[in-house]
Design a protein around this ligand. Structure first.
Ligand code: ATP
Ligand code: MG
Length: 196
């Protein structure tokens, strides 16, 4: 039997939206992933100065959005670890959980990928996982000097959606139907998220 392949999609998911879900689905299809694990961050260090919704709300929204897909699940490793979230720690924990016979594919936006060389333990990160950078159709990514053979770029449809836009639209009283799953529209309204 060939080795198991698991996608890891880390993010703030404030809130999770269809761009995240389409990216995960596309990566799963292209790389033959057995499952994709969504990993909401604890305190994201890149966003330390910004107000981020409670981890429990972001976690529950990820669960709601992925519940219907048998190949998607959500992990608490980052929100249960104290302190800021570093992708290196996420990958170490997932590696420990899944064992040495699983190939990890870290799925991320190409913009984030381009910054990764500046991250803590960047060199060792690329030994722990392969990386999938999601780009917009027709968008060409300047070679950021990423390690050869460990990074693939994928064009994802529906990439114009961002959590920032979803939050701004809720604040402005504009609809977010079809940018996020129905259950997320309802969760946002029920809990009064993104109103202030
Ligand atoms: P924000 O606007 O608050 O930065 P975001 O939409 O970028 O939110 P994150 O939770 O920051 O969402 O992103 C999690 C991961 O998903 C990151 O790797 C990011 O690059 C990627 N991503 C975000 N939006 C999309 C999208 N529309 N398509 C594909 N990947 C995306
Ligand atoms: Mg982002």
């Amino acid at each position: 039997m060939s080795e198991r392949r698991v996608g890891i999609m880390g993010g703030t998911f404030d809130p999770i939206h269809h761009g995240h879900l389409v990216a995960a689905s596309e990566a799963a299809h292209l790389f033959g992933l057995d499952e994709v694990v969504f990993v909401p961050t604890g305190q994201p260090w890149q966003k330390a100065d910004k107000k981020v919704t409670a981890a429990e709300d972001r976690y529950l929204m990820a669960v709601i959005a992925t519940a219907s897909n048998p190949r998607f699940r959500v992990s608490r490793v980052d929100i249960d670890r104290s302190g800021p979230t570093y992708t290196y720690d996420t990958l170490l924990d997932m590696r420990a959980e899944l064992g040495p016979d699983t190939e990890l594919y870290f799925i991320t936006g190409a913009d984030a990928l381009a910054q990764m060389l500046t991250w803590r333990n960047a060199d060792r990160m690329f030994e722990l996982a392969r990386f999938v950078g999601c780009t917009r159709p027709g968008h060409v990514l300047a070679d950021p000097g990423l390690p050869e053979g460990r990074v693939d770029l994928v064009e994802v449809p529906a990439l114009a959606i961002s959590s920032t836009e979803v939050r701004d639209r809720v604040r402005a009283g504009e609809p977010v139907w079809y940018l996020v799953p129905d259950g997320i529209v309802q969760y946002i309204n029920k809990n009064g998220l993104y109103t202030e």
